[in-house]
Design a protein around this ligand. Structure first.
Ligand code: F6P
Length: 324
């Protein structure tokens, strides 16, 4: 391995910069030339890259976003896009690439590996929805952001004896909603992984708590559920009609993806970035770095993409029992 490259792809996540920093520093310390590719696979197809050194990644460990910028790249999924990327790799003598992103990005890594450019994926997404990993970079920061924001919402919800319906990110996964929902004391939590009935799981639960004198409520809804039920505004009106409690909806949106990364995201990003370069140096490609039971390991990308992961139903039961 003489020249390696690094890129970030898909939705950005706090901690991606820590991973970039670790890739660049590990590469440089081991005598490699390290190229930073801008804007994900788009940058790879267009040859948009620059040589990085130890100082290119100074003062970024504490910064949200990604200094390499990110993009979703439908063009890369075409044969033409892949061939352009392969040409750029050859022209720039790229011997291996570290790709930080979600499972869409890993599919790109798999395609490049298959064509002879060894790639290592690092899981970076606030959604924590990558099957082979217990933990993805950005998840902890996003949950803490949600907790802080909802604590603020709670202040005004309580002052007005209202119900606040809060939509959080997670189109396919309810990890943020479930964990942050427990942390903010939500009365109901709706996630895509668990079947629900609005009348039973939201309205009746609220009415039950009203009988024990509860006057303000937080209902936490994952984005995937919100899409399914026609949006949180609609749910909010329904709650108001059925319970008589004045209700407001808040969609937290992209505030969840920004901000300075937490200690955990800086640490895991650093560990995974370092690990990724070491496995490239061992001659491995087509691998995903993962964290399971706090241990960093790696899997074949095919294997990783075929794995499934289920949400902790025990945690969901805990939420039900203590939300009353
Ligand atoms: O990064 C994951 C995610 O934040 C999802 O939770 C959300 O559905 C999606 O990205 C939003 O993507 P975009 O910023 O492209 O609208």
């Amino acid at each position: 391995m003489k020249t390696i490259a690094v890129l970030t792809s898909g939705g950005d996540a706090p901690g991606m910069n820590a991973a970039i920093r670790a890739v660049v520093r590990t590469g440089c310390q081991n005598g490699m030339r390290v190229l930073g590719i801008r804007r994900g696979f788009n940058g790879l197809m267009n040859g948009d890259m620059y040589e990085m050194n130890l100082r290119s990644v100074s003062d970024i460990i504490n910064r949200g976003g990604t200094i390499l910028y990110s993009a979703r790249s439908p063009e890369f999924k075409t044969d033409e896009g892949l061939n352009r990327a392969l040409r750029v790799c050859k022209e720039n003598s790229i011997d291996g690439i570290v790709i930080i992103g979600g499972d869409g990005s890993f599919r790109g890594a798999r395609d490049l590996s298959l064509k002879g450019v060894p790639c290592i994926g690092i899981p970076g997404t606030i959604d924590n929805d990558i099957a082979c990993c217990d933990y993805t970079i950005g998840y902890d920061t996003a949950m803490n952001t949600v907790m802080e924001m909802v604590d603020r919402i709670r202040d005004t919800t309580e002052s007005h004896d209202r119900c606040s319906v809060v939509e959080v990110m997670g189109r396919r996964a309810g990890y943020i909603a479930l964990n942050a929902g427990i942390a903010v004391g939500a009365t109901s939590i709706l996630i895509p992984e668990v079947e629900f009935d609005i009348d039973k799981d939201v309205i009746e639960t609220m009415q039950k708590t009203q009988r024990t004198d509860k006057k303000h409520f937080i209902v936490m809804v994952a984005e995937g559920v919100s899409e399914k039920i026609g949006g949180v505004e609609r749910l909010t009106k329904y709650i108001e009609e059925k319970t008589g409690v004045e209700s407001r909806a808040t969609i937290l949106g992209h505030v969840q993806r920004g901000g300075s990364p937490s200690l955990r995201d800086r640490l895991v990003g650093s560990q995974m970035g370092n690990y990724a370069v070491h496995i490239l140096m061992e001659g491995k490609g087509n691998r995903v770095v993962a964290m399971q039971k706090e241990q960093i390991m790696d899997f074949d990308i095919y294997e990783a993409l075929n794995m499934t992961k289920s949400i902790d139903l025990g945690l969901y039961k805990t939420a039900l029992e203590i939300s009353i």
